[in-house]
Design a protein around this ligand. Structure first.
Ligand code: ADP
Length: 306
């Protein structure tokens, strides 16, 4: 089934409106003015009405042109921001990989097996961050072009969530987080395990990125009547009520001084919402400024027949 969630194409709406409504009205009004001006008697009144009609329609066209130009400028700005942000986001793990690889190459650690192992672990950890960033961009591209095929199976989501927790654990230095999970779910949910895994991983990555100091992160899954709830909770910088309203929009990042130099492009949560919607579920956030955040995904349990 075709779905447009991330990329509601306003341009198409404007083109249809312009070509199908405004242009014909404009042309027929112009033709009317000319025709009636040639006949003499009622010409005054009708010409007046038609001139008003013509002026209003011309103003409509002008506004349409302005909307077009504004949208084009916004898209160009978004594109430039995206390229700058993604480059910055990719460069962070890449720099760490280069640094640790150079250290290994220099041979300085050749007799220190413990430090050598630490270097290799860090390189693998940073490569995992790179992989997650690239995966996010590719998923966004596929979903915005409506080319994301989901492999839906009816089974408990516990496996997908557990997989995300384990992957996340391997991506962060253990001394920087206390990661706990309570995954008790037996209800079957019709879902694509890879998609749910990537949504939960993204929430865990955000919980890490948007928390200063020692992070306390929880991943919980529980069953309730007819649905399964996945929760990712942190003790981080949180969000104001106003910020929380916009974070699921594509390319949106909350302006938060506590965020510091945290890298990102503002796509993770919009992809998460898109994927959760494709599962007929909902995603929401409960957060307070400086008081941590709790992201909740609610998915409907599969019926007996599936
Ligand atoms: P990115 O992290 O790449 O900016 P996301 O779409 O994942 O993009 O998140 C959008 C924005 O939502 C972030 O820029 C951040 O401002 C806010 N945000 C997301 N998760 C959290 C969180 N756990 N705590 C505080 N703010 C968050």
């Amino acid at each position: 089934m075709k779905r447009f969630d991330l990329n509601l194409d306003l341009t198409n709406v404007i083109v249809i409106l312009g070509a199908g409504v405004l242009l014909p009205v404009l042309l027929s009004t112009a033709a009317g003015i000319v025709a009636i001006s040639l006949a003499e008697d009622t010409a005054g009144i009708v010409t007046g009405i038609l001139v008003i009609c013509f002026t209003v329609t011309a103003a409509g066209c002008g506004m349409l042109a302005l909307v077009f130009a504004g949208r084009k400028a916004r898209l160009a700005r978004q594109q430039a921001d995206f390229i700058a942000n993604i480059s910055h986001e990719l460069r962070t793990p890449l720099s760490a990989i280069t640094l640790y690889a150079q250290t290994l190459q220099s041979g300085k650690l050749k007799d220190d097996h413990e430090k050598t192992a630490e270097c290799i672990t860090t390189i693998l950890r940073e490569a995992s961050w790179l992989d997650a960033i690239i995966d996010r961009v590719l998923t966004w591209r596929a979903s915005s072009k409506d080319m994301l095929d989901l492999n839906m199976k009816s089974e408990p989501v516990a496996g997908a969530v557990q997989g995300a927790v384990e992957r996340f654990r391997s991506m962060v230095p253990p001394d920087e987080i206390t990661l706990s999970s309570s995954i008790h779910s037996e209800l079957k949910v019709k879902h694509d395990a890879k998609a749910i895994n990537s949504v939960v991983l993204n929430l865990l990555i955000n919980a890490y990125k948007y928390t200063d100091g020692h992070r306390e992160i929880e991943a919980n899954v529980s069953d309730s009547s007819g649905c399964v709830t996945i929760e990712v909770k942190d003790n981080g910088i949180g969000l104001t009520a106003l910020q929380a309203k916009s974070i699921f929009l594509p390319f949106h990042r909350a302006e938060n001084p506590e965020r510091g130099g945290t890298t990102g492009v503002g796509l993770g949560l919009s992809i998460a919402r898109h994927l959760v919607n494709r599962h007929q579920g909902t995603i929401s956030v409960d957060s307070r400024h400086s008081g941590g955040s709790s992201f909740k995904i609610v998915l409907p349990a599969a019926g007996d027949d599936s």
